[in-house]
Ligand binder design. Sequence first.
Ligand code: LLP
Length: 475
Amino acid sequence: MAAHEAGELHAPGYGGVTAVPSWLRPPTDANELLPTLWPGTAARDLAGVLTVGGVDVATLAGRFGTPAFILDEVDFRGRALAFAEAFSGAFGGLAGAGVHYASKAFTCTGVARWIAEDGLGLDVCSAVELAIGLRGGVPAERITLHGNNKPDGEIRRALEAGIGRIAVDSLAEIDRVADIAGELGVRARVLLRITVGVEAHTHEYVSTAHEDQKFGLSLSGGVADEGIRRVLARPELELRGLHSHIGSQIFDTGGFEVAARRLLTLHARTAIERGYAMPEIDLGGGYGIAYTSAHDPLEPKTLADQMAELMVHECRALGIDVPRVTVEPGRAIAGPSTFTLYRVGTVKDVQLDSGATRRYVSVDGGMSDNIRTALYGADYSCTLASRASSAPAVLSRVVGRHCESGDVVVRDEFLPGDAGHGDLLAVPGTGAYCRSMASNYNQVPRPPVVSVRDRKARVLVRRETEEDLLALDEG
Ligand code: LLP
């Protein structure tokens, strides 16, 4: 089949624009790196090779192999600090604000060390996330333990470590935490996770009176009020405040506003009816990032200013002081800092029933290192990383090496038509929920996470080996 007869942008018979998703614009230059998608230090060198932190990807692939997660330390820490400064600035004249990085997005000891050094707090959801945070030097009092089903052993470990907050998720857990605190002779500082009836999506939110999901104590039916009553009745517990997390990959603050209003109404009612003013409130994470040119995330400063404005507005309406605010961004700190570096293998043009052709570009990873495309229908972008190319761009689908057709990494992207076997391909925005949700599907070892900074690269998490996997198998 002759390539690109149909013109600059399409393989022959591609079906024209109907095959291109409406948000995807044909590039004027397929080598361009859109700043919203790439880590801050990403660039192309004079030869056109993608570089980050001053190190080119050919060198990184040679040293660390592919696939690999490449993390720009300056970018990660810059975003973490930008959040910390924006929120402490916006809430400075009020009772202050804290930023807790959500470990679930991606954590390892190196990351926890940055969080500790840069003065942020941490959210953890398991004993090992907690252990990593402590190992990285994050003071226990700056850590919050989350989870809808925390094992007793984890609650115990957290309290023994002197954890800052436990976000209690159910009525039953109130007594469990209190009993364990009692046994240990400590007073547990708790937040109550409240289900505020706001389900946030990317560009919209819908309010539901009764949400059908597993987290938190519902505002409806008096469950949240009962939770407050029970916490206040247990001397082993100190009620620090209410918590809500309305969702993830959210681009506007409308959902947070509704959530804050509902939390603060309960907060104010507790002050009036029980004479107990909770000192803080935790509004969770969820700030969106750009995965494609269609996404336009807010800067941390804009976000923080809007959050402060809405808090002041809601508190004034209720006649209460603004409590100290905590937010828990994960994706917005880790996501854009990292890209996945793959090696291209087979390239195949597949004839579709419609007569159109789709180009499949296979890489050496896939759904084992990025499940988000298959699981959430997430869109990603990518670029030819090992060189610049002036070949006409072809709408391509980047797929992995796994044994199922849902193994798609990037559903639609224009790639130079000559991208082929041996080339390196980079997928940006993979710092959150990719390595942390990676699997060993098909017994594929999970990729390393390599951080780069000032022309130096170092391994944060090493590549799994065949021996690692075989060692789990008792034979
Ligand atoms: N705080 C709490 C209590 C959370 O449950 C979460 C995320 C966060 C903070 C951080 O949210 P972020 O700022 O990262 O959106 N695996 C999914 C995302 C699940 C998020 C779960 N909770 C994904 O890949 O999109």
